[in-house]
Each structure stands twice: as C-alpha cells, then as structure tokens.
Write a protein that binds this ligand. Sequence first.
Ligand code: S3P
Length: 452
Amino acid sequence: MSEFRVRSIRTLDAAFPVPGDKSMSHRAAMIAGLADGVSTIRNFLPSEDCLNTLGAMKACGVVVEELEEMRGFGPTTMRIHGRRMQLSAPSAPIDCGNSGTGMRLLAGLFAGQSFDCELFGDESLSGRPMGRITNPLGEMGAKIECLGEKPGCAPLKIHGAKLHPIRYELPVASAQVKSAVLLAGMFCEGVTTAVQPADTRDHTERMLESFGVKVVTEGQAISIEGGQIPQARDFRVPGDISSAAFWVVAAAALPGSHLVIRNVGLNPTRTAVLDVIERMGAQITRTVLSTDDGEPIGDVEIRGAKLHGTELLKAEIPNLIDEIPVIAVAAALASGKTVIRNAKELRVKETDRITTVVNGLRAMGGQVEEFEDGMEITGGAPLHAATIESCGDHRIAMAFAIAGLFASGETVIRNTDCVNTSYPGFSRQLAAVLAESKNAADYDLPNVPVTA
Ligand code: S3P
C-alpha cells in the first residue's frame, strides 16, 4: 500500500497546469460517444474514474482511438467515434470503480436504452445513495433494481425501458442528479425539466450546448427536448480547479509564496473555492484566456498571506463541496474561526468527509468542533506531524498531504493509491515540491502528453 511522507516547506514559487477536469472528462466521454461523427477530446483526465466511464462507453460499442497519453496512466487525447445515440448492449457488468459521477450519469444514460445492463463499483461506491437517481428515473418509467447489501445502493440492474419526460424538483442540490435526469431526457419524446434548489455545476448543460444540443435554462429550471443528436466536435478539457485547489491552499497559506496555475477551468459554478481563499486574505487573480469550447479557461495567480477565518455561505456549498477538505486545512492554518455548515452532503461522498476531516485535523493538533452538517475550526494552533489514514478517499489523502507541508515533523498519509481516481501525477508533483531546496520550481508536470 502506498503512502506519502511529507514535511514542512518554506515557500512555494512555481507555475504549472493541473490535469484535466474530472467532471468534464466524464461528460466528454459520454456526450462524444453519443454524438454523430468523430470528436477529438484533448486534455482528457486519465484518472481511474474517468477511464472507467470511457470503458463503459467502449463496452457499448463506442470506438476510441488514443492519440496521446500521460505515461503510466492513460490517454489524454483521443478520437471518439460517436454512435449517433445508438448504443449497443454491453456484454458484461460495467465497473464504475470509485465514481459516483460515473455511476449516476451512466444510469441516466442507460435507463432509456433497449437493453439491460448492470453497473457496479467498489466498496465505497456500493455504500453511497442511489435512490437520488433511481427515484426520478423511476418516475420517467425506468426500471432499476438496487442490488446492494445496503438498501438503495449499487450494484444497479438497469432494465432498459421506454421513458417519458417529467419535470423533476431535485431534493438535493446535486449536479449528478440533474445530469442523470437530463441525459435520460435525451432518450424521451418531449421536454424533460430538472429544477435544482440551488446553483450546481453546469458542465452537462454547457457541453451539450457546445455539441449542438439545445438546453434551456430558466432560473433554476433546466430543460431538454428529447430526440436531439449531439454533433461531434473537438473539445479541450480545462485543468481541474478541484485539483488546483490543493496547490492554491498551499501557496495561499505561505506568506511570500507565488503560484500560477495555468489553463484551469474557471466556470463560475466551480470557483467559489477561490472566493473563499481570497476572503481569508490571499491575493488571487484570475485571467480568462478562452471560452472557445463553452467553458472559461484561464490562469489563476496566488500570492500567499497570513490567512484569517471565514464563514462559508450556504449558496457557496454546492460550488465548493469537493474542496471543503482542503479549505478545512486552510482554516486550521488561519487565525480565528472558520464555520462550515449546510454541508451534510459531505457525509455521503467517497468517505464521510466531515468525520475524516475532523479526525485528521485533530490528529495534527487542530481545534475542530464537529456538527451533523459541518464543522467549526479554530485556526492558528501549530500543526504537528501525524499518521493520517486516507480511508481510500483521494481528496482526504491530498488535503492532508497539504496539511503536512505546514506541520512540524514528518506526516505520513497512508493508503494513497486512491489519488489516481482524480489526480494522476499528484505524488510526482508533491515530490517535486518537497525536493526543491527552497521549494521553488518551474515544475515539469506529469500531464505533459507523451505520444503513445
Ligand atoms: C459532480 C458533482 C458533485 C461533486 C462530484 C462531481 C459532477 O456531486 O461532488 O465530485 O461531476 O457532477 P453531487 O452532484 O452529488 O453534488
């Protein structure tokens, strides 16, 4: 089992890109696979989660030509031969690994097919709630059995059925649920509408639009008319702001540091982490360089400072839900209190991220009060080294690797293979940061494509 060993650094002075966005890579594999024609996808994230989704599309007859790869991980540039909405039956159950996004979006995609299929995942995914998608898909006429030991959980047996459109009010602010309903709606006759209780990431809507599918957004109601066929196109996946967030916090909490993250996705439904770290006292500049593929891409420049605590706003929570573990680390390094509430969703992520974050911070000397829906962190107490168990959760492993950069002694993060689910190359980058005598480097990042 792999581990990270981390010690404190004095400064961070670097410029680099991070690998492609996970949410968008899943969607690119699916939408290009459904499209009419051949799409070239660039900067695809070759993480286990996204490769599983690509594998699911291949299992349904989608042909993928791999053009460039991230050595040791998988393809970053590929040509996807779309099936014009006509998928074929997979010959075996489909492995979604650790990915809630993969399983929930694929369930939406498969619910209206003329074949049966089964989706399964690892132990963590087999314990996560699937009722949130089987309920709306069931209302549309889908027949999905949850076969898991835990009620309402995967494996999912999907019996292909003719679906009908619905207007669905989401009980939780979840882009996965919204996207599952919209993808299922593509296979219905008539207009399907998902109404979200708050803004959630809008990558599905934007990507469908850029593939020529009309999606109508009126306030919080997002509608799609079935029967439209996406038109193949070239799409460049921006760098993942959720991966950038680890380095943003590392630089922000180290006064004198200067970091530029290049070509990162700056979609406003994902950038609340930058607002929060800015509010905590760091200087952050965002420069949008392109919106060509329907998603803003640009550079983020961070100058470190002495941080102070803040309160996360209720409306910000869905926007930065994946960044909360590393924001909690920033809070432990800041002076004063940081309050994180309305974030109960964290309890049903890859781990119960309220408990795993609270336990990890306490083990390093952090002062944290745990609530059912969040935590309050009183920052400023010096962090000391500890052995942290990732519990198989990629964002916990990476958030505590960043905490270790600020702790006295050597912090050990155990069970770190899981970082490959979202951030292939993270350990190499961490090693580069730690190896630099003054922690300054123009890192040669591992996502530089290498021709296969
Ligand atoms: C995602 C949506 C979020 C997020 C997940 C990726 C997506 O989940 O936490 O990592 O790609 O749609 P929810 O939709 O459950 O909030």
